[in-house]
Design a protein around this ligand. Structure first.
Ligand code: URA
Length: 237
């Protein structure tokens, strides 16, 4: 924790004395709230704005939401030279993906350098919901749906579905489009669930993480999370 005026001064926007004036004039916000008294300390996770502009801190936390294309790995680097989710983000910060999507899975992934938020979003106890749209082989019958709702045993532990709906059925091609929300993060979990029901996944996309939706982010596009969104993610604990 460091004094607010020191954090502002070391970001280079102004001197420490001027930073103190700006604070007492009510021109500084911490996590969206005006802080007008001196003596407040902030941590590396706090977002500091001066005159409505977020200051740049060496240890500033960054948060991005990427619509991952197919054929991209969810890692910081790849020894086989394949492109990674980090390659899509224009930043010098040392960010990394929160959790992972398979090489052939598309859709939403958060990238950050905030270890605390990463822990919060990936820890099983927090049950953060993630929604996927999958194209699967075959048409689900009542028995399949009952099994899904009861929880499917995957590697000795049940995987529970929080929400499920069939979006579309193609009787000719014998494929279905389903929407599934789960709160767990085991690797390949959606593919394993449908594999065990004998309806293998043909295509998979993540369309939602908690309240964050894909919106109009096209494949390969990203945006920064807003301060409000970051605060809301923190409140999911
Ligand atoms: N489940 C999967 O099978 N693959 C993913 O990429 C994400 C969840």
């Amino acid at each position: 924790m460091e004094r607010l005026q020191k954090v502002i001064a070391s970001s280079g926007v102004t001197s420490r004395r001027k930073a103190e004036e700006l604070i007492t004039q009510g021109k500084v916000r911490v996590n969206g709230e005006v802080v007008s008294e001196l003596g407040v300390k902030v941590s590396g996770n706090d977002v500091v704005e001066v005159n409505g502009v977020m200051i740049n801190r060496d240890n500033a936390k960054k948060y991005y939401l990427l619509n991952k294309p197919r054929g991209v790995i969810s890692a910081v680097s790849d020894d086989k030279g394949r492109s990674t989710v980090v390659d899509y983000i224009n930043t010098n910060e040392r960010i990394y993906p929160v959790g992972r999507l398979d090489y052939d899975t598309t859709g939403l992934i958060i990238l950050t350098n905030d270890g605390e938020l990463t822990e919060l979003l990936t820890h099983p106890k927090n049950q953060i919901p993630k929604t996927y749209v999958a194209k699967i082989e075959g048409l689900l019958n009542k028995d399949d749906i009952d099994r899904l709702r009861a929880g499917v045993m995957i590697e000795g532990r049940k995987a529970y579905i929080k929400d499920f709906k069939i979006r579309d059925k193609n009787f000719e091609a014998k494929t279905s489009i389903v929407e599934v929300t789960i709160t767990e993060g085991r690797n390949h979990i959606i593919k394993k669930i449908f594999e065990s029901l004998k309806h293998p996944v043909i295509r998979l996309s993540r369309i939602k993480i908690a309240f964050l939706e894909i919106g109009n982010l096209k494949s390969g596009q990203y945006r920064e999370l807003t301060i409000k969104e970051v605060k809301k993610l923190y409140s999911l604990k």
